[in-house]
Unconditional design. Structure first.
Length: 286
């Protein structure tokens, strides 16, 4: 394999040169390949779609983890759906006041292979004593669990194959039930320029469920379109509007090491382009 061509869209894509294929297999759920690229480092793809690269994964993981945790301000329990590469877990465990972390990953092979071939993603986070790792279907877990969480992070692949159910109304409703009184749900929601229908669909499902719902953004080169959206659903309508001074105080108190996230980025990330606001029927002065 001299190059890897992503197949997410039939009309538009991206190509990676492949210096070395480190691992390739058919798991019980999907086709997985991990290879090395001179610019992006080690790269993992599932079913023809790039999932993560060593070079820019920190942007995605920091923004999905720290935005809801710092906005909440008193997180004791976190549920991660997906996230088998360990990057999300690595960021969550940086918060020392969190007491319980549950991670539900459908594919055990992803965890095992990423621990071996992408060790810089997890950096030993799977050994954190606060972690309970569950190999199960995320939809099944949130439908059946009696536990409640301050923050739920749905770190899923695109809504095709095993992850399709994680974009349904039933999934959002089940997550809502599992949240504590001021709980926050954040989900991966694709690049709006290429996947605006996904953004619109999520908005329709969240708007009648959460006291506050919105989207926030981060620029991540690996994902086609570059501008990534994360869906935000909170039982506490004020969490999204946490003042900058409070965010800075919380961030400084934690003293965590980050490469992308900061309090100003946190606040600015909720500003959306007009075409996205129009798609979700919100006004620019929201």
């Amino acid at each position: 394999m001299k190059e890897y061509n992503e197949t997410l869209y039939p009309m538009y894509g991206q190509r990676f040169s492949v210096d070395e294929v480190l691992f390739e297999t058919e798991t019980d759920h999907q086709k997985l390949v991990i290879f090395h690229n001179a610019k992006m480092g080690r790269v993992m793809a599932l079913d023809g779609v790039i999932q993560t690269t060593e070079a820019d994964e920190f942007i995605y993981h920091e923004m999905m983890a720290h935005v809801p945790i710092f906005a909440h301000g008193n997180v004791k329990s976190v549920l991660i759906i997906g996230g088998g590469d360990g990057g999300m877990l690595r960021e969550v465990v940086k918060h020392k006041n969190i007491e319980k972390i549950t991670m539900v990953e459908i594919d055990k092979s992803v965890v095992e292979l990423c621990t071996k071939y992408l060790p810089n993603h997890s950096k030993g986070a799977f050994n954190d004593p606060r972690l309970t790792l569950v190999i199960d279907d995320g939809m099944k877990f949130v439908s059946e669990t009696t536990a409640h969480y301050d923050v739920i992070i749905s770190d899923s692949t695109d809504p095709i194959g095993p992850a399709e159910v994680l974009f349904t109304e039933n999934f959002y409703q089940a997550c809502f039930r599992c949240l504590t009184e001021k709980g926050i749900l954040v989900t991966q929601n694709g690049t709006p320029f290429m996947q605006i229908d996904e953004v619109k669909s999520t908005a329709q499902k969240m708007q009648n469920l959460f006291a506050d719902w919105h989207f926030y953004r981060a620029a991540i080169p690996t994902y086609i379109g570059g501008d990534m959206t994360f869906a935000w659903g909170s039982k506490n309508p004020s969490a999204r509007h946490t003042p900058l001074t409070v965010l800075k105080e919380r961030f400084q108190k934690e003293g965590i090491d980050v490469r992308y996230y900061n309090s100003a980025i946190h606040q600015a990330a909720f500003a959306l382009p007009q075409y996205v606001l129009k798609a979700i029927n919100k006004q620019s002065n929201d």
